[in-house]
Design a protein around this ligand. Structure first.
Ligand code: GLP
Length: 241
């Protein structure tokens, strides 16, 4: 079930997403957090950092599981999702590195996927943060990805590689061709989901997710079956609803 909230600008969207996160942090003792990368959740992470500094909320006993990671980038590459999460959140809160889980995009990929899913399955994710790709992907589950997928390697679409080229000197050739990603079934196990989308280039994907047919052509449409999804949008992303 979707609860859709539309706000006027990115700061208000981030503050609203933080309200959903805060309720979980306030009510559950050491909740397991499912985290996402991309520009959409950066404002939410800023709110979490501000809250940590202002209230002293501790993340010492909190576990996090990230959705995905590029295949082939070293962990310390400036565009790896490991680096992104440290630069946008982990370095500014008191979470110990051993509590942080980000899929490994190097070495034996099949074994990494199996091990990640096994570890994830030991826990109940209390809240999963999501963005959405302009082609309707969530995490890196691209169109056509089966709804029963668990952590796996996914080839990236041309569209996604174009969208993400902005992080790689605008050069699509530098964007990795595949990623390790939690599957759609892995994501659906989360108790609660907060999905953030802003900008006109997300309007079609947001429409497909909420009002479209439930189909693997729009992977996010699987969320129609989830009992608790809050979607926080700006006017541009909500324009086609
Ligand atoms: C990326 C990530 C997704 C993210 C999406 C949108 O490729 N793998 O998890 O939700 O694309 O990114 P952005 O928030 O920057 O628009």
């Amino acid at each position: 079930m979707f609860k859709v909230i539309v706000k006027d600008n990115y700061d208000e969207v981030s503050a609203e997403a933080f309200k959903v996160m805060k309720e979980v942090l306030d009510t559950e003792e050491n909740p397991v957090l499912g985290l996402a990368t991309g520009s959409s959740p950066v404002g939410l992470y800023k709110e979490m950092i501000r809250d940590h500094k202002e209230t002293g909320r501790s993340y010492k006993n909190i576990l996090t599981f990230n959705l995905d990671e590029y295949v082939g980038l070293p962990r310390d590459h400036r565009e790896s999702y490991w680096t992104f999460m440290h630069q946008n959140l982990f370095n500014y809160i008191d979470i110990p590195d051993e509590n942080v889980h980000v899929p490994l995009g190097n070495g034996d990929i099949e074994e990494n996927c199996r091990a990640y899913e096994e570890e994830l399955k030991k826990h109940q994710v209390a809240i999963q943060v999501l963005g959405i790709g302009s082609d309707g992907h969530i995490a890196f589950n691209e169109p056509g990805c089966p709804f029963d997928s668990v952590t796996h390697e996914m080839p990236l679409t041309e569209q996604t590689r174009k969208d993400n080229a902005r992080f790689f000197d605008g050069d699509i050739n530098q964007v990795p061709v595949s990623a390790v990603t939690m599957g759609l079934a892995s994501i659906m196990r989360a108790k609660k989901i907060v999905l953030i989308a802003t900008g006109a280039n997300k309007a079609d994907a947001v429409y497909g997710m909420i009002k479209g047919e439930k189909t693997t052509d729009c992977p996010a449409s699987i969320l129609q079956d989830h009992p608790d999804v809050t979607v926080v949008l700006d006017q541009a992303a909500a324009a086609k609803l």
